[in-house]
Design a protein around this ligand. Structure first.
Ligand code: 5GP
Ligand code: ZN
Length: 112
């Protein structure tokens, strides 16, 4: 399957990896929107949040529990934003589920 984040997970496409284990990887966004901006991505290909089901409960919990420790490791001290863009109106441009973590500046609300 031709998927950008599967290709990054298999190392066919390089990335600035900050973390990897058997289930997930985290790497810097190529077009950062904040001083710290990385993506947490399951190695399993799941298109979007709409495709998540109970078989993924452990994986999703793992990602959510990992994010605070990665944010801290990356030097974020005053809080951060976790974003999942789902589908076209949600702004999803890569069809492999991923969670943005943005920090190092104050975030605006509501988002654009
Ligand atoms: P989405 O718009 O789907 O929520 O997020 C996709 C993100 O992937 C964007 O923030 C975009 O900058 C990032 N991105 C797109 N292509 C690449 C790439 O080849 N490498 C990395 N590291 N990030 C990418
Ligand atoms: Zn994929």
């Amino acid at each position: 399957m031709d998927c950008l984040f599967c290709s990054i997970a298999s190392k066919d496409i390089p990335s600035q990896l900050i973390y990897e284990d058997e289930l997930v990887m985290a790497f810097r966004d190529i077009n950062p929107q904040a001083p710290v901006h990385f993506l947490v991505v399951p190695k399993l290909h799941i298109h979007s949040l709409d495709q998540v089901n109970e078989a993924h409960d452990g994986l999703i919990a793992h990602i959510m529990r990992l994010i605070p420790s990665l944010a801290s490791e990356q030097g974020i001290v005053n809080g951060y934003r976790v974003v999942n863009n789902c589908g076209s109106d949600g702004g999803q441009t890569v069809g492999h589920i991923h969670f943005h973590v943005l920090g190092g500046r104050e975030m605006l609300w509501p988002p654009g």
